[in-house]
Design a protein around this ligand. Sequence first.
Ligand SMILES: [Zn+2]
Length: 258
Amino acid sequence: MSKIVMCYVCVNCGNEMTDLYKQYSPSVLKLTNCTSCRRVADKYIEYDPVIVVIDLLLLNQEAYRHILYNTGFQNHWKLAVVLLLVEAYAEWTSVQGRSSDALSPSSHWFQGEEQFYFTCIYSVLGCGMFFSLVAAVTSARWWLLPAHKPPTYSFLVLWKGIVLGSFCRFLFIPSLIWGQVGSWHHVFITGYTLLAQLRAYSVVCNVSLMASAVVITLGIALKSLETHQVTSWVLGTAQSCLCHGSSSAGNHSGSCLA
Ligand SMILES: [Zn+2]
C-alpha cells in the first residue's frame, strides 16, 4: 500500500489534510471539512488575496497557516533579501543622519557607501545568527519533548515562518520616503515585528504564544550578544583590508578616516 502524502493543513487547528476542496465542475467546488475540528479546513481558498494580507497584518494565525502550508508561495528568499535591504538602508540612513554633521563633504559619500555595505553585512549576520539560535533552541525542545514536535515542522518551514513574520519591516519604507526613521517609529516596527515572529513561530511549532516568546526572546538576546562580537571582527577585518588597499594605492580620498 502506498503511503498517503499529506500536503496541506487545516488553518484552524493545524491538522494535516490530503486535500482542501473537491471540484465537481469548473465552477463548482466544495471546501473540505477538517477531520479533527470539523470546521472548513481552509476558508481562504475562496477569499480575495487582499483579505489574506489584511489578516496577516492582524497577526491572524489562520492566515499564517494558509500562506505557509496551503499556497504555492515560494519566493521567501526574495522576500528575505528585500527585507534585509530595507532594514539595512533604514539603519544606514539613520546613522548617516546622526553623523552627517561630523563628516567633511569630501569624505561623506565614500564613507557613507562603505557604511551601507557594512550595515548590510551586519543585518545578514544578525538575521543568520537569530535563525540559527532559534533553530537550535527549537531542536533542543524537540529533543526533550519529541512527542510535541508537529509532523509538518522542518528547518525550511521555520525559516519561511520567520521570514514571513518579518514582513513588518516594510513599514520602514514610509519613514524613508517622508524622512529619517524616528526612534518612536523604530520602536513600533521592532515591537510589531517581534509580535509577528511570535505568531509565525507559534504556527510553525504549534505552541502557545508564551512558549514562542521564550524562544524568540532568547534568540534575540543571544543574537545581540553574539552578533556584536562576530560583526566587530568581520567589519574590523574588512575595514583594515580596505584601508590597506587604499593606502597601498596612494589613495588620499580620506575613505579610511574612521
Ligand atoms: Zn481543523
